[in-house]
Design a protein around this ligand. Sequence first.
Ligand code: AKG
Ligand code: FE2
Length: 267
Amino acid sequence: MAQLTADELTSYRNEGWVRPAYRLPHDRTTFMREALDELIRRNPGVRPEKLVSAHIEGDNGEGVHGSAAFLELARDPALVELVSGVLGDDVILWGCHVFCKPAGDGYETPWHQDGHYWPIRPLATCTVWVALEDSDAGNGCLRVIPGSHKERRLHDHLHEDRTDLTLAQRLAPGTFDEDTAADVELAAGQMSLHDVYMIHGARANTSNRRRTGVALRYMPSTSVFDRSLRPVDGKSGVPVDFARRPLWLVRGVDRSGCNDFSAGHRR
Ligand SMILES: O=C(O)CCC(=O)C(=O)O
Ligand SMILES: [Fe+2]
């Protein structure tokens, strides 16, 4: 069973992240790696760290030709069960970003908090980051600042115009102590969950091994994906279209009653 244990949930609440015991079956991981190879082939002009909305099949309106295999992963009952442990019984899938860092020159992910540019009110999201390859300190695994989510506050981020970063936002110096960082090492098929307020980043991948995480974004349906907000303005470093971003209710009902589940879906 995929369900988070009581200890895993406590760890998530205290630390802002957790690495559950559940992992993808071996065959599924292999299948997803093949889907990733195909996704990269379909998007020759896109850096593989910036495969945003990869779960939307075909031209997704955000500069990427996506693949239904990633939507299927996001809707996998085991993953939905895991994330429900954190978010409760009413869950909306609202995003998917494939962060694939090629061997040799995989981009750095600056230290950041996720919530800065997301039109979700009240702000809430749990990301499930699924490793498609082994991800460790040697090839630029995710790094987290345990407990940094606790104040539930977004710190100032500075914009960086460098092109060799996965995101163009970096936490202002002095907002946290990098010495307290923990490496989130995962074998292929393992996953981590992290909170929208938790500080995290990743080093560049200069190793000879590719490193890929599929970041699946879920919010509780008590929050609203507010399409009238325009918090991005091109500042995040990844082109997105939140007005047309499809939502999927993957569990329960829309508690807020205000989420729009028709925008962005093809008829
Ligand atoms: O995989 C990475 O390097 C960054 C992932 C990340 O920032 C996220 O999933 O929110
Ligand atoms: Fe992030």
